[in-house]
Unconditional design. Structure first.
Length: 175
């Protein structure tokens, strides 16, 4: 898990010091695959929750998720659970969909989870009507440009790495 903060000056003109976005790998790219009862997955989920709690305690109240399988949805589900524990925190979840119908090829269980998250999200932003070569990177850029913290579940690979690299490099890195 990597968390990166960066200063207001580097936010490309944005003035949002209370936002955080999520990125990370799909289940099939992680060592435990689709097995969420695997001890390594449980450890990762606990670390993800700890990272989100830390951001809440640091004053973050707006969280962006790209709603991809795995890390994006796990983070959203954790945030929705924490909203009940931090009612005074005004925690907001914003789902940024790269295109309408993003979940059409998801396994049925994940489609149901996806729908539950969208129902509870404070806002759903759909960037494109159809999938395109660039829609996922545009989604990532949209979230990064509006956040000053990124929490990522990263085990190597392209997608999450590109999002990490798109963050300004003058931040505070944790593991």
């Amino acid at each position: 898990m990597i968390k990166q903060n960066y200063s207001q000056e580097t936010q490309r003109g944005m003035n949002n010091t209370t936002a955080c976005c999520f990125s990370g790998h799909r289940p099939q790219k992680l060592p435990w695959g689709w097995n969420e009862t695997d001890p390594a997955c449980i450890r990762m989920l606990n670390r993800l929750e700890d990272a989100i709690r830390t951001e809440i305690q640091s004053g973050r109240h707006c969280f962006y998720t790209g709603m991809a399988l795995g890390a994006d949805m796990w983070a959203a589900e954790i945030l929705l659970q924490l909203r009940e524990k931090y009612p005074e925190g005004n925690l907001r979840l914003i789902a940024v969909l790269p295109f309408r119908g993003q979940a059409s090829r998801y396994p049925e269980e994940w489609k149901q989870r996806y729908d539950r998250i969208l129902e509870q999200a404070d806002e759903v932003i759909v960037l494109h009507e159809r999938s395109s070569r660039s829609c996922y990177m545009e989604r990532n850029r949209y979230m990064v440009d509006r956040s000053n913290t990124l929490i990522a579940v990263y085990g190597g690979g392209k997608g999450a790495r590109k999002t990490l690299w798109s963050m300004p490099k003058d931040g505070d890195y944790g593991s």
